[in-house]
Design a protein around this ligand. Structure first.
Ligand code: PLP
Length: 391
């Protein structure tokens, strides 16, 4: 896939769209599970890879899926992309393809990812290592044991910790390991891991890429030579995105920059308002100069994102009361949609961890993670203020 040089917003609208003979401005939905050929020689051309073409939808050889994948590759500046039926499908196919010698997970991550890496990959005999941010100096020692893939989120969930993509990639590459960054929280609008030296960007497209809390999908982007081996695992594990969802996701991507830029601006306003609020002990937002990872975020991010975490004075019970009183923020454990969401990590995303493990990871019971939607900033601030007034 080659893309003409263009700005992200132009790529989001135009990249990958097929030239429809009826004049549709965007790629139609091909619901077909299989595609017919004029003769056996023509089918062999596709099966044996001499010609790209539609063949069978579970293989991902479907025009709607391929158009989406071209757009996904373009927005991360990648040679190739694969679309999946969920973010976890993208991660698991990646780990099974490139992580069989061992996977290192840096920092905090989504609970499902942590469970897969810590508990399930070892059942297959895959060695895994989990290092927190303050253990980063141990990375070379762990890599010397032979791990082939370093995986991390940045910013992380829910503390928005920053990892230096260029520096970690340099260490990993020096030890012959590949690097995959879960770019879900930042989105390609705010951060491009491949440009910073990572080998893969992986997304829960369920979040900002989908952007409306109405589809479940995943994406993997990287160099063609490294992405294509994952194709075979996706094919036989049956993890391909459905064409209907692919079209829905492509539609969402056309508005991605507009949504995320507005979410960045609103999150900054909320962070400043919450920082000044007498009932808020701490605000974690990469855009705040006081935030520990602010300087790094300024270097490697183009925008600071739509996610922020506040710590309510009065502990876990006070935070629960605030979460339960919010009206515009829906209490739901997801992120990245047009509607604002709130979640208390100790009751949802990190509920499965012991209190000691949560403390080790810096996840306080008093934390509320806010995913900022497209509502007016003043309305969201008013909602937070009325809820905080109750504690
Ligand atoms: N990565 C991150 C950062 C997430 O927050 C999630 C889900 O919450 C996932 C991956 C998994 O994505 P999905 O739910 O689409 O499988």
């Amino acid at each position: 896939m080659t893309h003409p040089p263009a700005a992200l917003s132009t790529l989001c609208v135009h990249a990958g769209e097929i030239d429809d003979p009826h004049g549709s401005p965007h790629t139609p939905i091909y619901t077909a599970t299989t595609f017919k050929f004029p003769n056996t020689a023509a089918i062999l051309d596709v099966v044996e890879g001499r010609r790209a073409g539609a063949l069978y939808t579970r293989y991902g050889l479907n025009p709607t899926i391929n158009a989406l994948e071209e757009k996904l590759a373009a927005i991360e500046g990648a040679e190739a992309a694969l679309a999946f039926c969920s973010g976890m499908a993208a991660e698991s196919a990646l780990f099974l393809t490139h992580g069989r010698q061992g996977v290192v997970c840096l920092g905090d991550a989504y609970g499902g990812t942590l469970e897969l890496i810590a508990s399930q990959l070892p059942l297959l005999g895959i060695p895994t290592h989990l290092l927190l941010g303050d253990e980063l100096a141990r990375l070379p020692e762990v890599l010397k044991q032979g791990a082939g893939l370093v995986f991390f989120e940045t910013p992380t969930n829910p503390a928005l910790e920053q990892f230096d993509i260029a520096a970690v990639s340099a260490v990993a590459h020096a030890h012959g390991a590949l690097v995959a960054v879960d770019n879900t929280f930042a989105s390609p609008v705010n951060q491009n891991p491949l440009a910073l030296g990572a080998d893969f960007a992986v997304h829960s497209a369920t979040k900002y890429l989908g952007g409306h809390s109405d589809l479940t999908a995943g994406a993997l982007m990287g160099g063609r030579d490294r992405v294509m081996p994952v194709w075979n695992w996706r094919k036989n594990l049956g993890q391909t995105i459905a064409p209907e969802i692919a079209a829905q996701l492509a539609r969402s991507l056309r508005t991605l920059p507009v949504r995320v830029e507005r979410q960045n601006a609103t999150a900054m306003k909320l962070a400043l308002a919450m920082q000044a609020h007498p009932k808020v002990a701490r605000v974690l937002y990469p855009g705040l100069p006081e935030f520990p990872g602010h300087e790094l975020a300024k270097r490697q991010m183009k925008g600071f994102g739509g996610m922020l975490t506040i710590e309510v004075k009065g502990g876990g019970e006070a935070a629960t009361r605030v979460a339960d009183r919010l009206k515009l923020f829906a209490l739901a454990p997801s992120l990245g949609g047009v509607e604002s969401l709130v979640t208390q990590p100790c009751t949802t995303t990190h509920q499965g961890l012991t209190p000691e493990e949560r403390a080790r990871r810096g996840i306080a019971d008093a934390m509320l993670r806010l995913s900022v939607g497209l509502e007016e900033a003043d309305d969201l601030i008013a909602d937070l203020e009325q809820a905080l007034a109750a504690v």
